[in-house]
Design a protein. Structure first.
Length: 254
């Protein structure tokens, strides 16, 4: 039997981009997908688009929340698949075989998580690549030095979230970093790197939306490190900056 994948999309007034997100999920060749939609109480055509273009059944919640990570935790609580991933409402899966490739990784019981590469594309021209987030096989120490896999490519067995908890929603920008740190570095989860671009992500995410948010995100990363007993400092910030500069230069092959 195919591994059931629960894919969670959090949205709020996302009518401008959500159709492409839904269509990229609908096009997947993997046969067993639960597509969970957690909406923050949209006032535009978001829910109409969900009803028209969501192919795979799954819970639909539309109500106010306390932020994106609170909404993600709601999705986790509703998920029934063996494997769980997240796809933002302005991002798309990079090809119809993405979830099939991910399911293939989890066919091995030795793997509890996987991740791959991501490209940032222009918000105005989604065909134009702006940055290439090329990941690497995980090695102990990467997260505590500020590195993390691209969260929209990060898939985890649901039982792991049940054992170790969901997102720390006291962090408003960097809870995705904290959960990667907790699972990969603290819990030493068996994880597999799946080479290749899995997600095309529009620029303009909260952590990079302004200089103020960049500073805030770095403070929250430092807070997450201290929470788990790891040091932070100038080396962390310089390492994150160097990583982003590399992303601006590299491009995927092919």
């Amino acid at each position: 039997m195919a591994i059931k994948i629960s894919l969670i999309t959090v949205c709020y007034n996302s009518a401008a981009t959500l159709r492409e997100t839904l269509e990229s999920v609908a096009a997947q060749t993997h046969p067993d997908i639960e597509h969970i939609i957690i909406d923050g109480g949209s006032r535009d055509a978001t829910l109409d688009l969900v009803r028209q273009h969501r192919r795979h059944a799954g819970p639909l919640v539309s109500e106010p929340d306390r932020g994106i990570y609170d909404a993600m935790n709601k999705g986790l609580a509703l998920a029934s698949g063996e494997v769980v991933g997240f796809l933002n409402s302005d991002d798309v899966l990079a090809g119809p075989d993405v979830l099939a490739r991910i399911a293939g990784v989890f066919a091995s019981p030795a793997t509890d998580a996987c991740y791959g590469d991501l490209v940032y594309v222009s918000a105005r021209d989604p065909d134009r690549i702006v940055r290439y987030w090329r990941s690497r096989p995980y090695q102990a120490g990467l997260c505590r030095r500020g590195w993390m896999p691209a969260h929209p490519t990060f898939y985890v067995r649901r039982r792991i979230y049940q054992q170790h908890g969901g997102f720390d929603d006291s962090l408003s920008i960097a809870a995705d970093f904290e959960i990667c740190l907790r699972l990969l570095e603290v819990q030493r989860l068996p994880v597999t790197y799946l080479p290749g671009v899995l997600v095309r992500m529009r620029t303009g995410g909260a952590s990079n939306a302004s200089l103020r948010n960049i500073v805030r995100a770095n403070r929250e990363v430092s807070r997450a490190l201290r929470k788990h007993g790891y040091p932070d400092g100038l080396g962390l910030i310089l390492g994150k900056l160097a990583s982003k500069l590399v992303q601006l230069v590299h491009r995927p092959s092919g």
